[in-house]
Design a protein around this ligand. Sequence first.
Ligand code: AMP
Ligand code: MN
Ligand code: MN
Ligand code: MN
Length: 275
Amino acid sequence: MNIDLHCHSNISDGKLPPNQVVETAFENGAKLLALTDHDHIGGLSMARQTAQQIGLSFIHGVEISVSWRGRTIHIVGLNFTPSDELEKSLKINRQGRFLRLEKIAARLEKKLSVKHIVQGALDLANSPDSVSRTHIAQYLVNQGVVENLSQAFKKWLGDGKIGDIKHQWITLEEAVLAIKNAGGIAVIAHPARYKISATAMRSLVEEFMSYGGGAIEVSSSVHSLNERLNLALLANRYGLYASAGSDFHGNGEFGRMAGLSPDLPVTCKPVWELF
Ligand code: AMP
Ligand code: MN
Ligand code: MN
Ligand code: MN
């Protein structure tokens, strides 16, 4: 499907600058694109300009990290007008990133022979406040500790590993309201990636909707066909719109194809009907 409402540039943990993300999506045949950097809207104006120049429909996006019942959930915001309230919330998340890097680095350096993780990750990031686990993973790859990003997460940085430290992001309520008040629609990103029970998933959806959340990402390149079908059922059961995205990062691993996402099951109400 030629619609991509979830992708990353080097403003957060993607590899390509915003203009090249847009160009790559266009070359892949995209008809509608949103750039959704983690906790950051700094790439949107460059992306919008490039999209205008090449004639690609573009909407504003962001992917916000939130803490919900002790775990991290990602909320995508789409089609908002950047606001002070939104920027303020994003900034709170970004300010926590450097401190988290120092904590993760200290833990990893105790276990691994590799040094200078803080500086190594910072060198790969656009700024200290957008440094992410992806940059740490890339540094570990560059140092020869692991073969690829996915191995870095599997061994060191993923769920339950020693580099997975508890971190306090903003709340689900704050993220959804900031998106909504900026005129956008809030979307639960890649719901199948959270290892939570069906009951917890329903609680998440219900709480999300109580704040005004309106969609879930049914189609994501990190979901299997079966997961997409189950999420379509969940969306329809709650009357939620369905979104779609590649989760492209430009690193050849995560979210391979910019501008394209797996088809939405036909029963879904596509979120782009709203745009
Ligand atoms: P952070 O926001 O700093 O916690 O970093 C989370 C990012 O790590 C996600 O947005 C993904 O880009 C990346 N990530 C998570 N799990 C994996 C994985 N298994 N393989 C590659 N990248 C991953
Ligand atoms: Mn990412
Ligand atoms: Mn995510
Ligand atoms: Mn993402």
